[in-house]
Design a binder for this molecule. Sequence first.
Ligand code: AMP
Ligand code: GLY
Length: 433
Amino acid sequence: MNVLVLGSGGREHAIAWKVKQSKNCTNLFCLPGNPGTAQIATNVAAGVKDFEAIKKCVLENNIEIVICGPEDPLVFGLKDMFAADEQLKDVLFVGPSKLGAQLEGSKDFAKEFMVRHNIPTAAYKSFTKETLTEADAFLEQLEAPYVLKADGLAAGKGVLILEDLEEAKAELRNMMGGKFGEAGNTVVIEQFLKGIEVSVFVLTSGKDYLILPEAKDYKRIGEGDKGLNTGGMGAVSPVVFADAEFMAKVEERIIKPTVEGFAKDNIDYKGFVFIGLMNCGGDPYVIEYNVRMGDPETEAVMTRIDSDLLSHLVAAAKGDLSGEKIEISKDGALTVVCVSGGYPEEYKKGLEMGGSEYLYSNTPCSKIKVFHAGTAMKDGKLVTSGGRVLAITVNGEGIEKQRETIYAEIAKIEYEGKYCRRDIGLDLLNYKG
Ligand code: AMP
Ligand code: GLY
């Protein structure tokens, strides 16, 4: 099969890396891809929201299946464009329709979906400028901390958690006043959930589903989960507290009603569902849905799938996963993200990189995999081009040994201002329940 992966980050490198291992993968393309994907695929220079360029690439290269990495093209209706186009309608597509993508594109839509299908989530109400007085009254009924969420896409930054009621009221006004642009026209205020988070990944055909390995994400820039929010600084899979009993509750209370909800609501959803969960004393609650895989969780998750991912994706896109069985390695994976100094605020780009042989090869059997996230080629040299630069994954051996191996490898990677969190996996290593 000829396969096209859309996107340019570590997530897309990891997906491409896994798909490439399928005996059914003939030609692999990434649009736009990065220097990491260039080692295993043909990169096509274009933006993921340039639907005309995507169409041209699909037709020119006889692409049979498109795998959409990021949410943006889905929220803007890429799947719908394929479905409505005579030349594209038979091309398999992994990713939901525009309506399905609202699960990530609108927090209010996602909350209504959960309430409609009895899926456990934090109590909430949505407000606009017109209902500001009611919003204040709702905040007054809740206990601190207060959770405010901009309804629309805000590049992962639209959630504020505030200890003080007056501050919460002030921030509510800032959000409605344009702090996150139009995303904040509607604000969801919700009950604070106390617990520990886990990311659960599902591949669905809209009718049935496979559950991928779960992972834990490390969101803050600083050790001990302090400081500013980032796209994600590391990941661990499996997650000790997501044991069989907990995952059985997740499947019964959340995954089944979610997939059934797609059918009941007539949502065309064939793709990944990323469910951000809070484990509250052993009971799972949904914090958010994303309509894509997580980054950097994917860089850990993909390395634990032993079965043929491309076969699963084809079946999901065709609408029937009943013949597919996912095999998951017992060996765990740990991923650490190397960022550019200053990230998530101002940082330099174009810094020359080197030092590790794995920068240029990722064999399936090597214990260390280096996925490129924000790199570029400049004058024949590998340079940094983003805040999150590389995602390094180590498999097997238990968290303690994984940490040793990964930080030894990271020590070899060279670029000015390299930074990573040194505590990835430590909390799970010491987890007492
Ligand atoms: P979101 O963008 O919805 O994933 O929210 C970002 C982060 O805010 C989540 O990963 C959680 O750590 C936190 N968060 C969101 N909603 C809640 C909630 N209701 N209770 C506690 N923490 C939350
Ligand atoms: N790692 C969290 C996300 O991809 O949204």
